[in-house]
Design a protein around this ligand. Structure first.
Ligand SMILES: Nc1ncnc2c1ncn2[C@@H]1O[C@H](COP(=O)(O)OP(=O)(O)OP(=O)(O)O)[C@@H](O)[C@H]1O
Ligand SMILES: [Mg+2]
Length: 228
């Protein structure tokens, strides 16, 4: 374990992960927790995926089945999310907040989560259709800004990326032109037996310099910058 050398504030930072169903939110968070733990960064997660929406397995369920290196707490009802998120944010560390599939209609727990975090990561598979479907998420964040509500800084993480296709470059260019910040690290689609797609229920594999390892470091750097 290397000693943590981060600029995270003493009170810690909170990062929400939002995105359409199946865009890889829970898979990414499971890996990030393990990498942060490995790097000596205090970490925890709050699972705000609504009950009954668990076809792919929730983060809480994964943490029950395998050691993710950091605790995962179920989120309370929507009105309690903000307070609970503050309570379970590790000092000098990171709280990752998982959310259920973003639905077009506003409501549910998503806005409660957005009000509780410093940074929001939109996970997005780089296809034309997913970009169109993400419009409702982007519009919701813009709406928060317009009405003067707390609006966390947004960064976009390309997931399920097929490294041999140009789609990710095109999507990234489109997003950048529109003024959005796209993370340098992309999460590849990996369906192999030991790939990200098969990780649920098992301890995340800690591969140095892998995309998840790099994403863990990049997000800590962005979160530290946001909290400054
Ligand atoms: N990088 C990846 N490569 C291949 N398969 C992946 C990858 N990430 C996730 N998967 C698979 O895709 C499915 C959806 O992933 P995951 O559950 O992480 O998405 P999610 O955004 O949390 O979905 P939900 O909104 O339903 O909670 C799962 O079967 C998972 O194993
Ligand atoms: Mg999920």
């Amino acid at each position: 374990m290397t000693s943590p050398d981060t600029d995270l504030p003493p009170e810690g930072v909170r990062i929400a992960f939002v995105g359409k169903g199946g865009s890889g939110k829970s898979t990414v968070i499971g890996h990030l927790l393990a990498h942060w733990a490995e790097d000596g960064i205090p970490a925890a997660a709050l699972d705000a995926d609504e009950p009954g929406d668990e076809e792919n397995g929730s983060l809480v369920e994964w943490a029950d089945l395998a050691d993710l290196g950091a605790p995962v707490y179920p989120a309370p009802a929507r009105s309690g999310i903000r307070e609970r998120a503050k309570q379970v944010t590790p000092a000098g560390g990171v709280l990752a907040v998982d959310t259920g599939a973003w639905i077009r209609k506003a409501g549910g727990t998503h806005f409660a989560v957005l009000s509780a975090v410093d940074l929001v990561v939109l996970t997005l598979a780089p296809t034309r259709m997913e970009l169109d479907r993400a419009a409702s998420v982007l519009a919701a964040l813009e709406h928060l800004t317009e009405v003067g509500a707390h609006c966390p800084r947004l960064v976009i993480c390309l997931t399920m990326v097929n490294p041999s296709a140009a789609a990710a470059d095109e999507t990234e260019a489109t997003l950048r032109e529109a003024g959005y910040q796209v993370l340098g690290t992309r999460v590849p689609r990996s369906d192999a037996r030991d790939g990200y797609g098969q990780a649920f229920g098992r301890p995340p594999r800690l591969v140095p310099d892998s995309p998840m390892d790099k994403l863990a470091a990049e997000l800590v750097a962005v979160a530290a910058e946001v909290s400054r």
